[in-house]
Structures are given as C-alpha cells and as structure tokens.
Write a protein that binds this ligand. Structure first.
Ligand code: HEC
Length: 145
C-alpha cells in the first residue's frame, strides 16, 4: 500500500512538472512573437529604417512560430493552474481558441506571402497581425494585475 501511494505521488509530481514545462514552452513561443512584432513595430513607427529583407525575415519567423504552435499539445486540459495567464475560457471553448490561432496563422502567412515593399504596406500587415494577437488575448488571456 505504501509503495502504491508513493508511486501515485511520484506520478502526480511528474504530471505537474510536465505541466510547468508546457506553460514555459507556450510562453516562450509567445515571447518570441512579442519580440518579432516589437521589431516590426519599430520600423512602422520610423524608429528603425525599412529594410525589405530584414522585414521579410521577421515575418517568416512569425509564420514559422505560428506553424509550430501546436495548440492541443501546448494547452492540455488542466494547464490553467500555476504561473500562467491562460484563461479557463480556452478549455470552455477550445474550438474558438483554435479558430483564433488559425486566424492569426493566416494573417502571418498573408504578410510573408505579400513581402511588403514599403513601410505603408508593412503597416497594414502588422496592423492585421496585431489585431489577431489582441483579439485572442482579449478573450483567452487573463490580465495580470
Ligand atoms: C490563439 C490565441 C493567441 C494568439 C493569436 C496570440 N496569443 Fe499571446 N498569449 C495567448 C495566451 C493564452 C497567453 C497566456 C499563456 C500562458 O501564460 O500560459 C499568451 C501570452 C502572451 C505573452 C506573455 C508570455 C509570457 O511570458 O507570459 C506575450 C508577450 C504574447 N502572448 C504575445 C503575443 C503576440 C505578440 C501575438 C501576436 C503576434 C500573440 N501573442 C498571439 C494567446 C494568444
């Protein structure tokens, strides 16, 4: 019996470690999104010179980031506890959450496929991408106070 209890508590510990990893993994992907969009926003604001090749590299990186964001693997049931800003709404409306990520993925694809030739074109693309970040956060990310 003691052995069984020990085995169960070891399993439970394993599960919570795995959960912390998954939260870290999705937060790392989100941080990368934030960095990339931040670098593009600087160009849009004129704080950094428009360089078509550098802009396209950043857009492609955003697309790759979205492609590798596996919602089911990164947001398993029960991973709304602990140090996370993930809203319980994700698990109440997994289809809606997936749709928001899909919309975002399409926005990144459209942007890198169009390869903006000037700041105005980039501005429109970053606007569309930013809208889909914000749209998802609005519903599915808890605001940290
Ligand atoms: C489909 C929904 C969705 C989309 C689209 C989305 N995010 Fe997020 N984002 C989340 C969720 C959910 C969290 C909270 C994750 C957690 O704490 O476990 C988050 C967290 C973050 C964080 C905080 C990460 C941390 O270290 O805690 C940043 C920064 C971020 N997102 C940036 C972005 C940017 C920039 C974009 C668009 C380029 C974007 N996100 C698109 C759902 C989304």
């Amino acid at each position: 019996m003691r052995k069984l209890i020990l085995a169960i508590s070891v399993l439970a510990l394993g599960a919570s470690v795995a959960q912390a990893d998954v939260v870290k993994e999705r937060e790392a992907l989100m941080k990368e999104r934030g960095k990339l969009v931040g670098s593009l926003a600087k160009v849009v604001k004129g704080e950094q010179e428009f360089d078509a090749a550098a802009v396209l590299t950043a857009l492609k990186a955003l697309e790759a980031n979205a492609e590798k964001t596996d919602i089911e693997a990164l947001f398993p049931a029960g991973s709304d506890t602990g140090d996370t800003e993930a809203s319980p709404k994700i698990w109440e409306d997994m289809n809606g959450f997936k749709a928001a990520e899909e919309k975002y993925l399409q926005a990144t694809k459209a942007a890198s496929a169009a390869a903006p030739a000037d700041v105005d074109a980039l501005k429109a693309q970053v606007g569309a991408i930013g809208k889909s970040c914000g749209g998802c956060h609005e519903t599915f990310r808890l605001k940290k106070s």
